[in-house]
Ligand binder design. Structure first.
Ligand SMILES: [Zn+2]
Length: 262
């Protein structure tokens, strides 16, 4: 089943460039599309109940929602593998070096001005990319000039938005921890319910997730905080929470991009 953002889509309203022809992209730019949205992601463990594609599937969906809300925007292909060294002890996890992620963003943006775009909005479906993105943003802005580069790096704001959404919908804000929790699991129930192993829900670390704890997961590996690789608890996951989380994070990133001129 197609995700909501794609449902009912016809070729003529496709906005993901990899599924468009070059002529269609040229026509869209000619018609006023000046923003390119670049979704970053990860291929990393998400407990025993979610596949490694969680953040990439999430980024695919958020990118389309963000671009439609911004208007005049096309979506670049999701960079599916991200910066995940803190998950490497779990089989299957892949990780780019921070320098590779930065170079990839630079190369994705390098030809956009020549193609007619004026700005690139970068965000991540994987919160673990945010510190790396914060660090490289000034260099990316400088290197890609005159392209305007808008990078959303506030991972704590995303976790906060999830917590409010889960609390509002089902009084489950305390099950949000930021990784394979009730928020991410609910999002996957919206996008690809067949990918959720509902018989394998297990509770992870449910203490306070703050800068200090996140720094510890980055430094010592996420398994030093939570042996099963989960921050939060998937229990209570539902499509209603997933929709609320998708809406909340879309708004967060769209609002930020608009204050920066998108
Ligand atoms: Zn995730």
């Amino acid at each position: 089943m197609n995700s909501p953002a794609q449902a009912g889509g016809s070729v003529s309203n496709e906005i993901r460039i990899e599924y468009m022809t070059s002529a269609e992209i040229g026509a869209a730019i000619g018609g006023g599309a000046r923003t390119a949205v670049l979704p970053l992601a990860a291929i990393e463990q998400h407990g025993r109940h979610l596949p490694l594609s969680m953040d990439a599937d999430h980024a695919d969906e958020l990118a389309v929602r963000i671009a439609r809300r911004l208007g005049g925007a096309l979506v670049l292909p999701t960079v599916r593998v991200g910066y995940s060294p803190h998950h490497l002890r779990f089989p299957g996890t892949l990780s780019l070096r921070a320098s590779t992620l930065e170079a990839t963003c630079e190369d994705y943006g390098a030809n956009l001005t020549a193609a007619g775009f004026e700005r690139m909005v970068v965000f991540s479906g994987h919160i673990g990319n945010c510190p790396v993105m914060s660090e490289f943003t000034p260099r990316l802005e400088r290197k890609l000039k005159p392209l305007s580069v808008i990078v959303f790096t506030d991972g704590e704001a995303i976790i906060g938005a999830w917590r409010r959404a889960a609390e509002d919908v089902a009084s489950l804000g305390s099950n949000v921890g930021g990784h394979a929790d009730v928020a991410e699991t609910s999002v996957m129930l919206v996008l690809h319910p067949d990918k959720v192993r509902t018989d394998h829900f297990t509770r992870g670390y449910t203490g306070i997730v703050d800068k200090e704890l996140l720094a510890r997961t980055f430094h010592d590996g996420i398994d030093s905080v939570t042996p099963n690789g989960i921050l939060g608890d998937p229990e209570g996951a539902s499509k209603a929470i997933g929709e609320a989380c998708l809406d909340a994070v879309t708004s967060l990133i769209v609002d930020y991009a608009q204050t920066r001129g998108a």
